[in-house]
Ligand binder design. Structure first.
Ligand SMILES: Nc1nc2c(ncn2[C@@H]2O[C@H](COP(=O)(O)OP(=O)(O)O)[C@@H](O)[C@H]2O)c(=O)[nH]1
Ligand SMILES: [Mg+2]
Length: 294
């Protein structure tokens, strides 16, 4: 009796999927030139493509901008140039705007509102946030330049610079009234974010300088008077019964004294700060506020 078993057919031992496995293994370890070139191109071109997308969106035109407004000789240009050279900050390399009155500045990224939830060890916090300071002419006949810019989408905040001696409260209040009215109408037309205004009470080093709280009160009183007289004027001229006066009324409807606090109800956040360009105080004083707007 033959005890040896018949040898199995080798073709039956190979799993049916073996050719597919072999071809995959073959293409991984010995790829065709086309696959090789395509892979190399994807590896090298993807970072370049991503870099282009990320940095293209950071073109100078879309830099967040802060508008410097206020009466003539209040110190707007001086305040802007005080941001130019400061120890510990990177040097200002470029003037990106077409207009001669803008300056590219930096604040530490750690103070920006968008960095609020980052870890303290996040290396991105060591970087700087760029923004533009845009100076505007304070002369009465040229104020429309500033007022038309306020509604622009790149404007993150408005800095109203005034002389703390407040020699003519009426002149200051009139300009501030127009600025507030423009901010109010742009805040109500774009309901995304509230508009930010910082009233910079400059020249605090002067002997005649008033404290910011006193300036705030004097301006509120003056604007209260102006609000009544302006609304009366509008009603006399445009009393067509269609409520045109509503557009020009500062703050929420209702009589009574005007307060800067009440502007929050119409989407305008206002802060008062005192300082002096002469004493080099504005960079430290303004940076936290600028950071909160970025
Ligand atoms: N004492 C004092 N003078 C200042 C201060 N800031 C600006 N000035 C002076 O105020 C004048 C008008 O400043 P400028 O920046 O041209 O005002 P602008 O018209 O608002 O741009 C200049 O002579 C400045 O030297 C300050 O903080 N203290
Ligand atoms: Mg100026």
């Amino acid at each position: 009796m033959d005890s040896t078993l018949p040898s199995p057919n080798p073709a039956l031992l190979v799993p049916p999927s073996m050719p597919l496995y072999d071809s995959i293994r073959g293409s991984i370890f010995a790829p065709s030139p086309t696959v090789l070139i395509t892979t190399i191109l994807v590896i090298f071109l993807t970072p370049i493509f991503l870099h282009f997308i990320v940095f293209h969106s950071r073109s100078p035109i879309s830099l967040p901008t802060f508008l410097l407004v206020g009466p003539a000789a209040s110190g707007k240009t001086s305040l802007m140039t005080s941001f130019e050279s400061e120890p510990g900050q990177p040097p200002v390399e470029t003037r990106t705007s077409q207009t001669p009155h803008s300056l590219e500045c930096f604040v530490p990224a750690s103070i920006a509102r968008t960095s609020e939830y980052r870890s303290a060890h996040d290396p991105s916090l060591k970087a700087h946030k760029r923004f533009l300071l845009l100076d505007t002419p304070g002369h009465g006949k040229l104020r429309h330049i500033a007022l038309t810019r306020i509604s622009s989408t790149t404007i993150r905040g408005v800095i109203f610079v005034l002389d703390s001696s407040l020699t003519d409260v009426r002149v200051v209040a009139e300009y501030l009234y127009d600025v507030l009215l423009t901010l109010q109408s742009s805040a109500t037309s774009t309901t995304t974010q509230s508009k930010k205004l910082l009233v910079a009470c400059n020249k605090s080093d002067a002997f005649t300088a008033l404290p910011p709280s006193k300036i705030q009160k004097l301006l509120e009183d003056e604007i209260t008077k102006m609000r009544v007289s302006r609304s009366k004027g509008i009603l006399d001229v445009e009393d067509d019964g269609e409520g045109n006066d509503e557009k020009e009324w500062l703050g929420e409807g209702g009589e009574g004294p005007f307060t800067f606090q009440s502007m929050e109800e119409v989407g305008v956040e206002i802060e008062f700060k005192g300082g002096s360009v002469e004493n080099g105080e504005w960079r430290n004083c303004l940076s936290p506020w600028i950071g909160s707007c970025l």
